[in-house]
Design a protein around this ligand. Structure first.
Ligand code: MN
Ligand code: MN
Length: 466
């Protein structure tokens, strides 16, 4: 009887599995390889522009071209990109689409950023996306971006990543004086946005102590000598302040990867890895790398823009099918899509915000998130049961280890992704990605096995038939 009940338990109860328990030796090797490539990607591509550059060069190496026949890509303003592998069926029959985003929370420079205070130069910032401001003080920061001069030339800048580079920082107040101005405040209010000023220089230029702003003049001279830019050029610049340094393995057993920008570059990388190796799939496959998700997917490079429509029109035209409104609409309705984005892993020391039966566990594989949204599924994409069933089927057939989870307790918070903006166009879409710890912090954590299973899941989705 006891044996029978044990069998019955095994047959009827649901439990997710730790990926590590199910990997063969060759799979563990593949996991290490992809983890290493991912760390390099993360260390190199810290802005949306750098992501597109890195992705483009990897695509080109594998034979993708802007005007390619079977392997092609389309980029938009250097900030969004679609990589495409033509299927055996014409695109009219629908696409297999994975949409990820490549923008991450950060500090952008203001239009007039440079200021001198007490013989120190600072850069004023305006934060981008959902940051906890206290994360950004007292850590080494790097400066990445572009400056477009009034003559039209673009200057690229990366300062703070090479070991010989200086880094930057935002100084925090010493605890001895912080009791009232910080300690008595709520955590989210203790560091106001207007105090996120980056320490940028400290050597006065010239020998006349009566002159004002000598330090500011000194750093402007350095910028002019090195990049040919003047103070006014900051107006047409996109310079992002990000955590300095490379992504690292974390843990004595190296189980984790820590680094900035894993939301959502881990999914972007997994989708890229999946499409790079794809050969003649049944359906035309698209990996989409989008901008502006962290600020609501607005703007003409975000998921709400018509970039996707343009892609659909172009794909139809390329194969000689009329890009009429009804053909494009039909193609949207026949598309199966994944919103590749990260979700919250259960933090063992904050279980009070989690619903432990329904939230994601690190190391238990790629997460199927049927619905997102908040406060009664408001603003959610809620994938149809049939679509979730289909995903389960293809994952199980391909040996992808997955878990199904939502993000936190009911009414505790929650978040959105690009899924709802794509669902609006008529396609079937579901959220699929790895869980992270410390999401939106300067050092986010993923489990290597979840990265590996996200890659395997995306690959299997691209290769799947009906
Ligand atoms: Mn995200
Ligand atoms: Mn995010």
């Amino acid at each position: 009887m006891a044996e029978e009940l044990k069998e019955l338990r095994k047959k009827l109860f649901y439990r997710s599995n730790h990926v590590w328990d199910h990997l063969q030796a060759d799979e563990k090797e593949a996991l290490e390889t992809i983890s290493k490539d991912y760390r390099n990607f993360l260390s190199k591509a810290k802005t949306e522009r750098e992501c597109i550059e890195t992705i483009t060069s990897l695509l080109e190496k594998r034979g993708f071209k802007p005007e390619g026949q079977t392997r092609l890509y389309q980029s938009l303003h250097g900030k969004s990109l679609a990589a495409i592998v033509a299927g055996r069926k014409p695109p009219y029959y629908g696409l297999r689409l994975i949409a990820t985003h490549i923008d991450s929370p950060r500090l952008d420079l203001k239009l007039h950023p440079l200021v001198e205070e007490f013989e120190m130069a600072f850069l004023k910032t305006h934060y981008y996306g959902g940051i906890k401001k206290y994360h950004w003080v007292a850590i080494p920061l790097a400066l990445h971006g572009v400056v477009v001069k009034s003559d039209g030339r673009t200057v690229k800048m990366v300062i703070g990543e090479d070991p010989n580079d200086p880094v930057f920082t935002i100084c925090d107040l010493l605890p001895h004086l912080a009791r009232r101005v910080q300690g008595d405040k709520k955590l989210f209010e203790a560091i106001p946005g207007e105090k996120l000023n980056v320490l940028f220089g400290g050597l006065p230029l010239g020998d006349d102590p009566e002159e004002k702003n000598r330090v500011k003049l000194g750093v402007l001279k350095l910028l002019y000598d090195r990049y040919g830019i003047r103070e006014e050029d900051f107006i047409s610049a996109e310079i992002e302040i990000v955590p300095a340094g490379a992504a690292r393995e974390v843990g004595l057993d190296r189980a984790f990867i820590g680094g900035y920008g894993q939301d959502d570059r881990i999914c972007a990388f997994a989708a890229l890895a999946a499409i790079l190796n794809l050969e003649a799939p049944e359906y035309t496959c698209v990996a989409l790398f989008l901008d502006k998700e962290e600020i609501g997917s607005d703007g003409n490079t975000g998921a709400k823009s018509r970039f996707l429509e343009k892609l659909y029109y172009d794909l139809l035209k390329r194969c000689g099918i009329s890009a009429s409104a009804d053909n494009v609409l039909e193609m949207f309705f026949r598309t199966k899509a994944i919103s590749g984005d990260v979700t919250a892993g259960i933090d063992p020391f904050y279980v009070e915000v989690h619903e432990t039966q329904n939230d994601a566990r690190l190391g238990h594989g790629v997460v199927i998130t049927k619905y997102t949204g908040h406060r009664g599924k408001y603003e959610a994409n809620d994938a149809h049961a049939e679509y979730v069933g289909w995903i389960r089927k293809i994952f199980d057939q391909a040996g992808v280890i997955w878990q199904a989870a939502s993000c936190g307790k009911v009414d505790e918070g929650g978040g959105g992704t690009v899924a709802k903006y794509l669902a609006f166009r008529g396609l079937d879409i579901i959220d699929l990605g790895p869980p992270l710890l410390g999401m939106h912090s300067p050092f986010e954590i993923c489990h290597k096995t979840d990265l590996y299973m996200t890659y395997r899941g995306y690959k299997c989705f691209f290769e799947a038939g009906e």
